[in-house]
Design a binder for this molecule. Structure first.
Ligand SMILES: Nc1nc2c(c(CN[C@H]3C=C[C@H](O)[C@@H]3O)cn2[C@@H]2O[C@H](COP(=O)(O)O)[C@@H](O)[C@H]2O)c(=O)[nH]1
Length: 408
């Protein structure tokens, strides 16, 4: 049973009872407990007189939002209890390359771990063989093939992409809404008013104002969450990055791996983790897509130059698993297939949901390996991702899984 809470995955502020030999920091006490109040989850530890407000999206199980990494790093800073996610402030935070863990190794390893134990979703090696042998060359899809993104080759584009990817999740509950509305709506808003995404403005948007910005006539899906995440971006940009998303990128040393880790460290809303069979699984869809979008938009130059872009995995959303299934790369259990085909909802953090996402990541890593073995060509997962995603959104018959989630 897991009852841990972490404000930052580098800084454990409190941790509860953990099984399977997971290391616990500060003794888990029987007096620690989660209390739901007002849509937030509080970890209350009477013995330490700590009362930590934990931001938990209303739509997520606590375990899904505050997983525990195994093994936890002992870090003296983690002994401090803080309400906020960051230890370092201002330029100190930016200049510090930190001992950032390899966020992408975590994604690959934990996805493989899930795939080796999954029961609802299976990665089919024969299906991978077939796809790799039938597709001569993976079609190269142009980033912004839709022509919907803002681009001015400068820092404002970085600001735009961070805001875009902070909101890049869960469009399906409104059958008329999709990603294109978000990308083009934010683009038009920025063209109209260059200060629309200034850090102080981001902290103040309300739901109706966000709708108005996007010219969307009714409440957005998970609108409160979207507003909360916008505020979080504005607050943290102002506090640690002089209000500029471009400073985040400048602090990552041209490493996409570092960028993902920095974004996840500073912005809790990007911390896309889950717990599966007692094991922490890292997916980082929106943090990774921020890096991939920079790389695509700036064509690997300037703010988009990452020496390790090959470390990124695919972005585990709700389109790519469905495409992989159509291709015969993923197989679903009859129960899962029936739920998806009946448009039934799948809970965030359930085994089914984690398997869908982690098996997709693992399957594409396997495809990539096989392409390399068969043809000697090194294909990037971000390229495979864009190809799969673009073909998915153009397929009218695609049935995807439905999970209310802020992560994708
Ligand atoms: N794996 C992956 N997932 C992606 C994207 C993108 C857009 N990437 C842009 C970057 C350059 C291109 O030109 C694209 O425009 C959105 N999504 C996800 O899709 C879902 C929305 O679907 P629908 O409801 O049908 O609009 C939702 O989960 C959203 O988060 C991607 O690239 N890869």
């Amino acid at each position: 049973m897991l009852v841990g809470a972490r404000e930052s995955f580098h800084h454990v502020i409190s941790l509860g009872m953990v099984s399977d030999g997971c290391w616990a920091l500060g003794m888990p006490t029987l007096s620690s407990k989660f209390v739901a109040h007002n849509g937030f989850t509080f970890l209350v530890n009477r013995k330490k007189e700590g009362r930590f407000r934990v931001r938990a999206p209303k739509t997520h199980m606590v375990e899904n939002t505050f997983p525990v990494q195994q093994p936890l790093q002992r870090d003296t800073r983690s002994m401090k209890t803080r309400e906020t996610s960051n230890e370092l402030e201002g330029s100190q935070a930016r200049k510090t390359p930190h001992s950032l863990e390899n966020s992408m190794d975590n994604v690959r390893e934990s996805s493989a771990w899930v795939a080796s134990r999954s029961s609802h979703v299976v990665v089919d090696s024969a299906g991978i063989e077939k796809v790799v042998s039938t597709i001569d060359t993976i079609p190269k899809v142009e980033w912004d093939f839709e022509g919907i993104h803002y681009f001015d080759n400068g820092p404002l584009t970085v600001q735009y992409l961070l805001v875009l990817d902070a909101l890049n999740f869960c469009f399906w509950p409104d059958k008329d809404l999709n990603y294109d509305h978000l990308a083009s709506g934010l683009k038009a808003a920025l063209q109209n008013d260059k200060s629309a995404f200034d850090a102080d403005r981001l902290q103040k948007y309300t739901g109706p104002q966000l709708r108005e910005l996007l010219k969307w006539p009714r409440p957005l899906p998970l609108e409160d969450e979207r507003v909360r995440l916008l505020h979080e971006v504005g607050i943290e940009l102002e506090r640690n990055f002089e209000g500029k998303a471009s400073n985040i990128v400048e602090s990552c040393g041209k490493s996409a791996v570092n960028l993902v880790a920095i974004v996840a460290r500073h912005f809790p809303g990007f911390r896309d983790h889950s717990v599966y069979k007692g094991h922490q699984v890292f997916l980082y869809k929106r943090a990774q897509i921020f890096a991939a979008d920079l790389w695509g938009a700036f064509r690997g130059q300037g703010y988009g130059e990452f020496k390790d872009v090959g470390s990124l995995t695919i972005m585990a959303d709700y389109i790519v698993p469905a495409v992989l299934r159509q291709l015969g790369v993923l197989k679903y259990s009859p129960t899962l297939a029936t739920t998806i085909e009946a448009s039934g909802e799948i809970g965030a953090g359930t085994e089914e949901e984690v398997e869908l996402r982690a098996c997709s990541i693992h399957a594409v890593e396997k495809m990539r390996e096989l392409i390399s073995v068969k043809s000697g060509r090194q294909v990037l997962s971000v390229e495979l991702d864009l190809w799969l995603w673009a073909s998915g959104v153009q397929s009218a018959s695609l049935q995807h899984h439905r999970t209310l989630s802020i992560y994708y």
